[in-house]
Design a binder for this molecule. Structure first.
Ligand code: SF4
Length: 377
C-alpha cells in the first residue's frame, strides 16, 4: 500500500549542517499551504484507488504549522484519499515546538507517531549545529509528549560532532534509551556541499568531524542499541520489535509514494521517479498557474539493480539472492555473486542465501554497494 509524504519547507533557523530544502523566510507561507492542498487533490489519480498506509509530514519543520494550516492540508487529504484504519501518521517535530498545546493539537489531528529532531542532549553540540532548541528542551519534550498520549516516538541523534567524545556519545545514547522511546534514527555528522557548516570549516571557524571517531561512535551505537533491545533494522534506523517505521520501510521495499511540496520526491512503485522544484516561490507560481514544476527520470534496468543493491544492503535482512534472481534474472545474480567473491569476507555475515553486511561492512556500505553494481552502468 502506498504512502504520502508532505514537505513543509519552513524552519525557524538554519541548522548549519542541513542541506534539505527549507526557507527561514516565511514570505510565501500563506500561498504555499493552499498550493500543497491543491497538489494533493490534483495528483490523487497517481495512486489509483489504493488505501494510504502511511502519511508522513517532514521538512523543514511541520510543527510550525498552525491549526488552520493543518486543517487546510488534512481536509485536502481526507477528501481525496482513503486512509487505512492502520494508518501510520508521522510528523517530524522539533523540541522547541513541542508545547503541550501543540502536542494536544497533533494528537487531535490523528498523528500517531512523532519523529523528534533531538540530535543531542548537550548544549555544546546543539549550538555547534545551530539548532533552535537547547538540551533542556530536548530532555523535557519527550516525557511531555508521552503524557499527552504519544506512545510511538522516534528521536534523531547525530554523532561524530567535534567535542562529542565516545563517552559523551554513550551518555547521549543512554539518556535516549532511558526515555521509553520506540525508535531511533541516527546519523554521522556530514559536511554537505554549500552548507554553512562547510563554509565555517573552510574558513577555519569551526572544527570538522573525523572519520575514525565517527566509525568508533557508529560501533558504540550498534552495541548500545542492541543492549537496549532495539533492532538495527537499517544502517541509520533502530526500533523496538514492532516499531519499525512503515513509511521508511516502504521506501526500502520500492513501494509507490507521492511526494507533495517543494523538493519532494515521488516514486511510481515501478521505475519512474519524479521530484518537484526546490524553490518555494516557483513551486507556488507553478501550482497556481496549473503547471507543477517537476522533473522525472525513468530508471534503466541496470539503475534499478544498483538501487536495489544499495537499499537492500542497508537493511538487517540484507539482499536475498532468490528474490533478487526472481526480479532481475540469473545473469544479474551470477554477476553479483562473482563480484562478491572477490571482496573481503569480514564485510559480510556468512551465508549463501543472502548478502548481509557485518558491522564493519556497514561502515563502507556505499562503497560495497557500488562495487557490486552491474557492469553496464
Ligand atoms: S530544522 Fe531540520 S530541516 Fe530545518 S534547518 Fe534544521 S535540520 Fe534542516
Amino acid at each position: 500500500l502506498p504512502g504520502i509524504y508532505v514537505h513543509i519547507p519552513f524552519c525557524r533557523q538554519a541548522c548549519h549542517y542541513c542541506d534539505f530544502h527549507f526557507s527561514v523566510s516565511h514570505g510565501f507561507r500563506n500561498r504555499l499551504i493552499p498550493a500543497l492542498a491543491s497538489e494533493l487533490s490534483s495528483r490523487k489519480s497517481e495512486l489509483g484507488n489504493s488505501e494510504i498506509q502511511t502519511l508522513y509530514f517532514g521538512g523543514g519543520t511541520p510543527t510550525l504549522l498552525s491549526d488552520s494550516e493543518w486543517n487546510i492540508l488534512l481536509n485536502a487529504i481526507n477528501s481525496n484519499y482513503s486512509l487505512a484504519d492502520s494508518l501510520e501518521f508521522t510528523v517530524e517535530a522539533n523540541p522547541d515546538d513541542l508545547s503541550s498545546q501543540n502536542l494536544r493539537l497533533l494528537n487531535s489531528l490523528g498523528v500517531n507517531r512523532l519523529s523528534v529532531g533531538v540530535q543531542s542532549f548537550r548544549d555544546e553540540d546543539l549550538s555547534y549545529m545551530n539548532r533552535a532548541h537547547n538540551a533542556r528542551q530536548a530532555i523535557t519534550c519527550i516525557p511531555l509528549a508521552q503524557d499527552m498520549g504519544f506512545s510511538n516516538i522516534s528521536i534523531d541523534l547525530i554523532y561524530g560532532t567535534p567535542g562529542l567524545s565516545d563517552h559523551l556519545w554513550e551518555k547521549n545514547l543512554s539518556t535516549a534509551f532511558s526515555m521509553n522511546i520506540q525508535h531511533v534514527s541516527s546519523y554521522a555528522l556530514t559536511v554537505e556541499n554549500n552548507t554553512p557548516l562547510q563554509h565555517l570549516i573552510r574558513k577555519g571557524l569551526a572544527a570538522g568531524p573525523d572519520d575514525e571517531t565517527q566509525s568508533a561512535q557508529f560501533m558504540i551505537l550498534q552495541t548500545a542499541s542492541v543492549n537496549a533491545g532495539f533492532e538495527p533494522y537499517e544502517i541509520s534506523n533502530y526500533a523496538l520489535p514492532g516499531y519499525r517505521s512503515a513509511h521508511n520501510s516502504s521506501y526500502w521495499e520500492g513501494k509507490a509514494y507521492l511526494g507533495i511540496g517543494p523538493s519532494a520526491h515521488s516514486f511510481d512503485g515501478k521505475n519512474t521517479r519524479s521530484w518537484n522544484i526546490a524553490n518555494n516561490a516557483r513551486y507556488v507560481q507553478g501550482i497556481e498557474s496549473g503547471s507543477r514544476l517537476s522533473e522525472s527520470e525513468i530508471l534503466s534496468p541496470s539503475e534499478q539493480i544498483s538501487e536495489y543493491i544499495l537499499i537492500r544492503l542497508r537493511t538487517i535482512e540484507g539482499l536475498n539472492l532468490t528474490t533478487f534472481d526472481n526480479i532481475f534474472g540469473s545473469p544479474a545474480t551470477e554477476q553479483l555473486n562473482q563480484k562478491q567473491k572477490f571482496m573481503p569476507t569480514e564485510w559480510f555475515i556468512p551465508g549463501n542465501k543472502e548478502i548481509r553486511l557485518s558491522n564493519t561492512g556497514k561502515l563502507f556500505a556505499d562503497h560495497i554497494a557500488s562495487e557490486l553494481f552491474p557492469d553496464s552502468i
